[in-house]
Design a protein around this ligand. Structure first.
Ligand SMILES: [Zn+2]
Length: 418
């Protein structure tokens, strides 16, 4: 029996595939199994992965890790028992003994440190799949370093808008983006700003975020079903000056957040939405009063993370006609200092090393407030925002590609839906 699955079942591995000891067809012995799980988790953490996926395929086990937002296959093993064994081992590590439990939080020892992790189990056709999220640091800032707006890789105009929004004495700021867009990191960086220790700040989180000095962080166990709004209501009884909600997902929370902002508090909320106007539209669909929103809202930030070209193997490149066409760009758009990474040891042959944030930011002025209060069509609000100088996520991404900091491929991957 071969140790690799048919290629049709696997994405091409770009990182080094871990070498496994000899195994028996119906499973691994306990020592080898524990080593398989531990080696994969420690390698993932060393390489800065955010999640490790253990997937049962029917033929065996595939282990993939997400680094800089992209999944890479790192290990494939044949043998139907192995996936079940590996997932059982993960459950044991998190102390999950009840088969009905699908999620667990805790700390496990990786690379000699106790690291906070979250395990999520999903039943698939071939058995259970597991995702273990490694949660020991905010992604854009190295562990132990301060989380600041200046350090997240935003362009200077974007940073200026974020500083201005963070400095508003009261009102609501929404930070939008899909999962993995870095919106939580931005939310925390804005919270960290202007914290002179004289204000009471409460952060309500669906899962424990990075520890922030001077901020009361409360995790909502179980997340959904009114848990966030109940926690928000309880937090407001503590009379906070600033409050953050990550994420705001229901109408009751939207209503409370808006009232708190109108009462003179600073409210920051992570929300769904692919771009600024999508986030505004979704917020209005919670059924909130447009007048209250128009008066209380200070701004909306929509963001993404783009992988940056590896500086160790970067080389100049001229964009191809196909790359330009994929982004609906004219050939004149090929003017710029475009670069790509050839692939080297430093970037695990991917050509990318690290990420930086891009943002589309709507800062409300009187004109935009009036349009929201009047429930103007989104197209009208967008036209007014563009007139003010708001750039789109696609434009921000292209700016980075022209400066040789990312590639057009990456621009297409990240801004496909905006
Ligand atoms: Zn490289």
């Amino acid at each position: 029996m071969t140790a690799r699955l048919p290629t049709s079942l696997a994405t091409p591995p770009r990182a080094a595939v871990l070498q496994m000891p000899a195994r028996v067809p119906d499973g691994l012995d306990t020592d080898a199994l524990m080593r398989l799980v531990q080696d994969n988790l420690e390698a993932a953490r060393r390489q800065g992965a955010s999640d490790v996926h253990f997937e049962a395929t029917g033929l065996g086990l595939v282990v993939r890790q997400r680094i800089d937002g992209v999944l890479e296959t790192v290990c494939e093993l044949a043998g139907r028992e192995i996936a079940a064994q590996a997932i059982a081992r993960l459950k044991t590590l998190l102390g999950i003994v009840n088969g009905a439990v699908r999620e667990g939080h805790g700390e496990i020892r990786l690379n000699g440190l106790r690291v906070p992790v979250r395990l999520s189990i999903l039943s698939g056709r071939h058995g259970e799949d597991a995702i273990l999220s490694i949660r020991d640091k905010p992604r854009l800032v190295p562990a132990g370093e301060a989380l600041e707006i200046e350090r997240l890789g935003f362009a200077s105009t974007e940073r200026a808008h974020l500083h201005a929004l963070a400095a508003q004495p009261y009102g609501l700021v929404l930070v939008a983006g899909p999962s993995g867009s870095g919106r939580t990191t931005t939310l925390y960086a804005m919270l960290a700003e202007c914290d002179g220790g004289r204000e009471k700040t409460i952060c309500i989180e669906a899962s424990a975020g990075p520890a922030m000095p001077g901020i009361l962080q409360t995790a909502v166990v179980g997340g959904r079903q009114g848990g966030m709004s109940a926690a928000l209501r309880a937090a407001l009884r503590h009379d906070p000056d600033r409050i953050a909600i990550d994420p705001l997902i229901d109408a009751a929370s939207a209503e409370l957040a808006l009232t708190a902002a109108q009462d003179g508090r600073r409210v920051l909320a992570a929300v769904g939405g692919n771009h600024v106007l999508d986030a505004l539209n979704r917020f209005l669909h919670f059924g909130v009063d447009a007048t209250a929103l128009g008066e209380a809202l200070n701004g909306i930030v929509a963001q993404r993370l783009l992988r940056t070209v590896c500086p160790h193997c970067a080389e100049p490149v001229v964009p191809s006609a196909a790359e330009l066409a994929a982004l609906a760009l004219p050939t004149e758009a090929a003017i710029g200092a475009f670069r790509r990474g050839r692939g080297c040891g430093a970037c695990r042959t991917t050509g990318y090393l690290g990420r930086r944030a891009i943002a589309e930011i709507l800062v409300l002025d009187e004109g935009l407030r009036t349009l929201i209060i009047e429930r103007a069509p989104l197209a009208t609000i967008k036209a007014e925002a563009r007139r003010q100088g708001m750039h789109s996520l696609r434009e921000a991404a292209l700016q980075l590609a022209r400066a040789g900091l990312t590639t057009l491929d990456e621009v297409a991957r990240v801004t496909r839906q905006v």
